[in-house]
Design a protein around this ligand. Structure first.
Ligand code: ADP
Length: 234
């Protein structure tokens, strides 16, 4: 498989005054083209820190990060901004939508500055919201708002989608509609997707699961059989 994103022995130490916390302690992993990976681990195990480093929102204390063949470890701020803008979509636990803008307008904020975007209507249709284009966030359920956030993240056709607890604020039935949207995007657009969760059931929808514990990769497993999001229960 070809890696679209790869880390080599990444560490991340947070220093607060005299106190040091090693959030990551030597993580070597990759995300392959078109793959869906779940990063599973308990709260505080280092998942968000890893995702932030993969998305160049944070940089490692030590170790290296590659996007395809490009070593981003010591890239300039400008190059990192370009990497994030052109290649990475982000989805967070809280949707961060602009309340005064409709679903379509929230997505258009991104498509107006992207090089080769899809129309906002197409992005919203891909997450099952083709009938909610002109609704404001307050008129949408939590799951629908998260799907607008996914539409916004994919509208620029990124190669990589990084999701930090995308169902963390949702009940299970609603969370499943969000996982369905992520699954559909992964299948139809081939977007390499990493999903952080502490919910072990969600691992069943992934191609591969990376278990994180105490800042390290504890183990990896490949799902020979994947469940559809609608078959997952928690
Ligand atoms: P997870 O996403 O698995 O819950 P995090 O990556 O958020 O874990 O955190 C890993 C460890 O790093 C935790 O011990 C956390 O307290 C610590 N940490 C995270 N962010 C910071 C920060 N900005 N400053 C200091 N410590 C942090």
């Amino acid at each position: 498989m070809t890696a679209v994103l790869r880390t080599e022995n990444v560490t991340r130490i947070y220093r607060t005054g005299a106190v040091e916390v090693a959030a990551l302690r030597g993580v070597t992993m990759q995300l392959d083209v078109g793959e869906m990976v779940v990063l599973l681990g308990p709260s505080g195990s280092g998942k968000s820190t890893l995702l932030n480093i993969l998305g160049a929102l944070d940089s490692p204390t030590d170790g290296r990060l590659f996007f395809r063949e490009t070593d981003l470890t010591h890239a300039s701020d400008r190059a990192l901004t370009r990497y994030r803008r052109d290649h990475v979509g982000f989805v967070f636990q809280f949707y961060n939508l602009m309340p005064a803008l409709t679903a379509r307008e929230n997505v258009a904020l991104v498509t107006e500055i992207a090089a080769n975007p899809m129309p906002p209507e197409e992005a919203l249709s891909r997450v099952g919201l083709g009938h909610r284009l002109d609704h404001f966030p307050a008129e949408l359920s939590g799951g629908e708002q998260q799907r607008v956030a996914i539409a916004r993240a994919i509208a620029k056709r990124p190669e990589i989608l990084l999701c930090d607890e995308p169902t963390g604020a949702l009940d299970s039935a609603t969370g499943i509609t969000v996982l369905e949207a992520l699954d559909q995007v992964n299948r139809e657009l081939g977007t390499a997707t990493a999903i952080i969760t502490h919910n072990a059931e969600i691992r069943r929808i992934a191609h591969r699961v990376i278990h994180i514990a105490d800042g390290r990769i504890a183990r990896e497993e490949v799902n020979t059989t994947r469940l559809k999001p609608s078959e997952v229960r928690w």
